[in-house]
Design a protein around this ligand. Structure first.
Ligand code: MRU
Length: 343
């Protein structure tokens, strides 16, 4: 059985770059149109669009807008591109996409058609990579499996289909998945708002849990494997992903439950040796003191709100990419992958 998506997180149309406003889901499905590089910066920064591959897809069109706005002024173009990269620091896909499209802009002397084609190519390639990740990743899912996932890694977080949620959807389509547990993913609730929305829409049997219920389910043998995404994977296989990923990996290791990260090779930062060097975004404390518009903590309390954490490679059973599943020793596997990709 093949599942079909009936929505697009991002789509370049005649009028501009149309994005689902993910801040409003699941109660409102509304769209925002970006027409300038600043619109794209805002959409990424404010998490209208989020998820590493989706951010990369959107950023490509940001470079197209930057080229239009710069009107041949290469210094201005570079400034706008650097500004786009600053929108969020952790997901490496952002910098990767901006560099890739900016290189075409320069090589083509700012030919807008060539730039547009490169941005389109990033989107098309991402969708194709995700389907491949789904096919490859579904092989680790034993029939009848119950899978736990964290944050949102589906069609909303990518240019289409999804990474970890793509694996789950592909495996479900093959009849392998009995049930999915989705962490709510405090504080932005990507699991509750977005993954639950995608799972319900796809008709996949699923249960939403508070993040802190995951350890008990894992200990009690109720989870066959954990599959989640990545925002940046370093040369030694360390994985930065949504806050809470590291804790899940520790519990999985303790109880011998397979723990997989699924990501396209565009999420691998080959130049960064290990996870200690990944910039971790810290977001506004209001995300913790408030749930939506409702205040849940007193005025005056100090807040620590890192958006991501780093999972050491030794806690990871495998990294599922479109080129195959990377396993220990990760540094060797990733160096070989780099060579084969010519990056
Ligand atoms: O802050 P977000 O919502 O952008 O964080 C998203 C994640 O951490 C995802 O797991 C990751 O980007 C992979 S999305 C396929």
């Amino acid at each position: 059985m093949e599942l079909h998506e009936d929505f697009k997180a991002l789509e370049m149309k005649e009028d501009g770059l149309v994005l689902i406003d993910q801040r409003l889901l699941p109660t409102r499905l509304e769209y925002i149109t970006c027409r300038t590089s600043e619109d794209v910066f805002y959409a990424i920064r404010e998490m209208v669009v989020r998820g590493a591959p989706a951010i990369g897809g959107v950023a490509g069109y940001g470079v197209l807008f930057a080229a239009r706005e710069a009107r041949g002024d290469s210094k201005r173009f570079e400034e706008i591109c650097a500004h786009l990269v600053d929108a969020r620091p952790t997901a490496v896909n952002l910098e990767w996409a901006v560099k890739r499209v900016a290189a075409v802009a320069k090589a083509s002397s700012m030919d807008l058609d060539a730039i547009r084609s490169e941005a389109d190519a990033i989107v098309a390639e991402d969708i194709a990579m995700n389907h491949r990740i789904g096919e490859i990743g579904s092989q680790v899912v034993r029939p009848g499996a119950t899978i736990l996932t964290h944050c949102n890694t589906g069609a909303l977080a990518t240019c289409g289909w999804g990474t970890a949620l793509g694996v789950i959807k592909t495996a479900y389509g093959q009849g392998r998945v009995a049930h999915v547990y989705a962490d709510e993913t405090r504080p932005r609730l990507q699991g509750a708002r977005l993954t639950a929305w995608e799972l319900v829409r796809a008709g996949i049997p699923a249960t939403l849990i508070p993040d802190s219920a995951a350890a008990t389910l894992i200990r009690d043998g109720r989870i066959d494997c954990v599959i989640l995404g990545a925002d940046r994977i370093t040369a030694d296989g360390d994985v930065a992903n949504k806050l809470g990923t590291f804790a899940l990996s520790v519990v999985c290791r303790r109880y011998g439950v397979p723990f997989y990260s699924a990501a396209p090779t565009t999420t691998i930062d080959f130049d960064t040796p290990d996870g200690s060097m990944i910039p971790i975004e810290e977001r506004d404390g209001g995300e913790v003191t408030h749930v939506g518009e409702s205040q849940v903590a007193p005025d005056g309390i100090d807040v620590y709100n890192p958006s991501f954490d780093v999972t050491p490679h030794e806690n990871i059973t495998g990294i599922i990419t479109e080129c195959g599943i990377l396993r220990e020793p990760y540094d060797v596997a990733i160096a070989e992958l780099r060579k084969s990709l010519g990056r």
